[in-house]
Design a protein around this ligand. Structure first.
Ligand code: ATP
Ligand code: MG
Length: 242
């Protein structure tokens, strides 16, 4: 496991609860309610991954599978300015693909094997993992089929993470049952979607929630090598920060 590395989040506090960032060769899942900064983290890490190792990066290219249409090259420009790198080059180092449905998402992922074979890629982001799987399959009747297809997708993901030595960052949503959120108002009551199949595939799970004022809170939920600690962070023009 010597070749494995970690990519910084942009926040020193957040990095510290992760042993200095999200690890390669594994699937890292970040989930939480809307506006907590999941997409902002994705943009921030897409820039940081390109930085030298001493700046928390991995000197690599980045691939993004966007299912929600929320990717913004303008944000990459702003975040590049914070880290003092050329913003055009930063955007050019990001391979962007839009997935139209769950089948397309899997095909797009398989298609990345070719660029990844160049050995230049260090980060793959999927924002978000469940959007299409949730929309393409309906009700209890199609749940088994959905979880089967999802499992296949996640196995491919973890196989690629290992084979190409990349950090995989998947963004996920929380169950949005208003009754449940009233009953479980605490952060621990917020459950990611995707069931056991996703829980099993994710090596590290991070729950995000809103804190006081502009503050946001990240919590390690399930990790083989990190304690269940919390860290606060903020969202700035330059991305995720302390
Ligand atoms: P969703 O579940 O809806 O996808 P999310 O967790 O992905 O939500 P983000 O889009 O990452 O949420 O974060 C939205 C937050 O980021 C908002 O509070 C917004 O004010 C903040 N934000 C977006 N752009 C900037 C910026 N340029 N400077 C500072 N804050 C910003
Ligand atoms: Mg988002």
């Amino acid at each position: 496991r010597k070749r494995c590395f970690r990519i910084s989040t942009g926040s020193k506090q957040w990095d510290s609860i992760l042993n200095e960032g999200f690890q390669s060769c594994s699937i890292n899942e970040v989930y939480g309610e809307f506006r907590c900064g999941k997409t902002q983290l994705s943009h921030t890490m897409a820039v940081i991954a390109q930085l030298p190792k001493e700046k928390g990066g991995a000197e690599g290219r980045v691939a993004v599978i966007d299912t929600e249409g929320t990717w913004r090259p303008e944000r990459i420009v702003q975040i590049s300015e914070r880290f003092g790198i050329d913003s055009n080059a930063a955007n050019e180092n990001i391979l962007y693909v839009r997935a139209e449905n769950s089948e397309d998402q899997h095909e797009q992922l398989c298609g990345l094997a070719e660029p990844f074979a160049s050995g230049q890629y260090r980060l793959l982001i999927i924002d978000s993992i469940m959007t299409h799987f949730r929309n393409d399959f309906h009700g209890r009747g199609e749940l088994n089929e959905r979880q089967g297809k999802l499992g296949q997708h996640l196995r491919k993901l973890s196989q690629m993470a290992e084979e190409f030595n990349i950090t995989v960052l998947i963004i996920n949503q929380v169950q949005s049952d208003p009754g449940a959120s009233a009953l479980f108002a605490s952060a621990d009551g917020r459950k990611p979607i995707g069931g056991h199949v996703l829980a099993h595939a994710s090596t590290t799970r991070i729950l995000l929630r809103k804190g006081r004022g502009e503050e946001r809170v990240a919590k390690v939920i399930d990790s083989p090598d990190c304690a269940e600690k919390e860290a606060t962070y903020i969202i700035t023009t330059g991305g995720i920060n302390d």
